[in-house]
Design a protein around this ligand. Sequence first.
Ligand SMILES: [Zn+2]
Length: 282
Amino acid sequence: MPEGDSIFRTARLLNRALGDRVVTRIKTSLAPLARVNDDAPLVGRTVERVEARGKWCLIFFSGDLILLTHMRMSGSWHIYKTGERWQAPRSAMRVVITCGEVQAVGFNIPVAEFHTAQSLDRSEHVSQLGLDVLGGTFDIDKATRALREFGRVHPDAEIGNVLLNQHVIAGIGNIYKSEILFAAQVNPFRPVRTISDRELESISEIAQRFMQSNVAEGKGPGIVTYSGARHTTGAMNRGARLWVYRRQGLECRRCGAIIEMRRQGTGARSTYWCPSCQPYIG
Ligand SMILES: [Zn+2]
């Protein structure tokens, strides 16, 4: 499942492949995109830059046109040399942006919209995002304040759900939610009103550190995989990379107690925690 780190790496990859290049061809099976392209053709525009904001990917074209995409559970962007064989079925293709010998192919992208700078500012998706955990302006004090502020309005909200709320802090997904709270030794089901400023600060600091360490530069193919080598423990070998995520029934790496899992929130998202390292305080 794409979290902010995957989108960040995707945007970086797209930016390197397409940045400063001129679009020579566009193909899409998404009717709204095709319509905009008829009115304001993409061919001939330059890709100015590609950015991630939370879990959204934004491709900026010259002449004030922005392609906004969200991957949800299944979408991905691949980069190919034009003519190279794709590593996903043609039927899953939603949009292909060709810039000479380089092609960016969006597979199974469920949300894609064209915007101008002005319509983007008004868009509910991006304009209401909280502080981006991987953004250049992220700051631990600001993130702590955002969590505290949200807690004032929603004192009974469980911290596990608050971390997934993209309007508070953008970019954290379900895997990091459990991993961050384990590292901060905070029970995911605690109401935010029970959580001290010191603990909120620790959560903010760990969120940034975990996500940043997962977007470090590495060599790889032109594809960003989402299930890949996420790590939070510092260990890189498979099976030792995460503290609690998908480890229910196994021993806590820190104290040996048995890791638990319970569904949480309106989305019934799986939440993992150590009952001994992260005691419940109600
Ligand atoms: Zn433990």
